[in-house]
Design a binder for this molecule. Structure first.
Ligand SMILES: Cc1ncc(COP(=O)(O)O)c(C=O)c1O
Length: 362
């Protein structure tokens, strides 16, 4: 047996440790997970009912075209259904996009650091990953533009940026998109869009509508609280959907996810409340970090970078010390920032718990 040569260039994605695993390993009663940018709130009750209603039909395959959900998304965003793509999480859409755009000899451009899956899908295709350092914790559009050449087939750009939470204006991104060559797609990944508190937060939609090379990705994983079910979506030109339909597995969106996402979309007037709670959580954390004398990067998302080099223990051991006390956070060492950790904005009590445990490390 011989693997394709790309396998040796890849490393498995390291996800946040599940709560139950940490509770068992450290013998803890209470564990708070603030490591994976998840929503602290469960799915809406009506969404759970919609899932349960489908249980009896699970002997049937789901609608391979997810017609109802695609029609509802098309309606919501004033596009045609043939401009809507769905993935088993937006992560899966990144795989489909790499299959249609990348091959050996081509290049993908993205920030460094950024969401790790961009690099994984690029290298898995045998394409070259061109990584551009951030500037002041934000995507550096000028340098990204310089990195694009005639071999570049795709730029992956997350806004707000993960892992920093920094935000670029719609005008800045539109300017960047305008400068890309015809042969290059822009994948604008807005996984955290619904948490943004800026007036131009829906600018990516206009850019998508006016630019065929732009593919806009969003997800039900974050503010809708459905990451356990795995469903994300994209808005794109019909050409992109047609190409993806040739490479994707036919039933990639399971029946429960289709029903849940359709119901959740119909309840999106309730997202305002969730956005407000997240903003309050951000403020609670900013104030808590201020009073502990810890620095942080201001965020437009549901997570933030916090400086951990002024505590009573070395920065490198802070994530482990927190884990032993029942708080799971994200270590930033792999991103080249050993003096930071990334924390999700939790529910009020979870944020309090984190701040209490940090105070113990002072
Ligand atoms: C920037 C970014 N894009 C996409 C995703 C994947 O989301 P999904 O759960 O829809 O696969 C994440 C998840 O953390 C993310 O941070």
């Amino acid at each position: 047996m011989e693997f394709v040569s790309q396998i040796k260039n890849l490393t498995p994605y390291v996800a946040g440790t599940p709560i139950e695993v940490v509770a068992k390993a450290y013998g803890l009663e209470r564990v708070v997970k603030l490591a994976s940018n998840e929503s602290p709130l469960p799915p809406f009750p009506e969404v759970l009912e919609a899932i349960i209603e489908k249980f009896d039909s699970l002997n049937r395959y789901p609608d391979a075209e997810a017609r109802d959900l695609r029609a509802a998304l098309a309606d919501r965003y004033e596009v045609e259904p043939n401009q809507v793509i769905l993935g088993n999480g937006s992560c899966e859409l990144l795989i489909w996009l790499s299959l249609i755009f990348l091959e050996p000899g081509t290049e993908a451009v993205f920030s460094d650091p950024t969401f790790l899956v961009y690099e994984e899908v690029t290298l898995a295709r045998g394409a070259k990953a061109v990584k551009v350092p951030l500037k002041d914790f934000a995507n550096d559009l000028e340098s990204l533009a310089v990195a694009v050449n005639e071999r570049t087939r795709v730029v992956f750009l997350t806004n707000p940026h993960n892992p920093t939470g920094s935000y670029l204006s719609a005008a800045a991104i539109a300017g960047f998109a305008a400068g890309l060559p015809e042969s290059c797609a822009l994948v604008l990944d807005e996984a955290y869009n619904e948490y943004v508190e800026e007036p131009d937060s829906q600018g990516g939609l206009n850019l998508r509508r006016s630019n065929d090379n732009v593919i806009l990705l969003r997800t039900f994983s974050k503010i809708y609280g459905l990451c356990g079910l795995r469903i994300g979506y994209g808005l794109c030109s019909p050409r992109v959907k047609e190409a993806i339909d040739k490479v994707r597995q036919p039933f990639n969106i399971n029946m429960l996810a289709q029903a849940a996402a359709l119901k959740a979309l119909g309840l999106s007037d309730r997202l305002e409340e969730r956005r407000r709670l997240n903003s309050e959580g951000r403020r609670q954390l900013y104030e808590g970090f201020d009073s502990l004398g810890m620095g942080y990067v201001r965020t437009q998302s549901n997570f933030m970078l916090v400086k951990i080099d002024q505590l009573g223990v070395p920065a490198a051991s802070v994530p482990e010390e927190l884990l032993r006390r029942g708080v799971i956070v994200r270590n930033c060492g792999a991103w080249g920032w050993p003096e930071y950790m990334r924390v999700s904005v939790g529910a009020e009590k979870e944020n309090e718990f984190l701040l209490e445990k940090l105070a113990e490390l002072k």
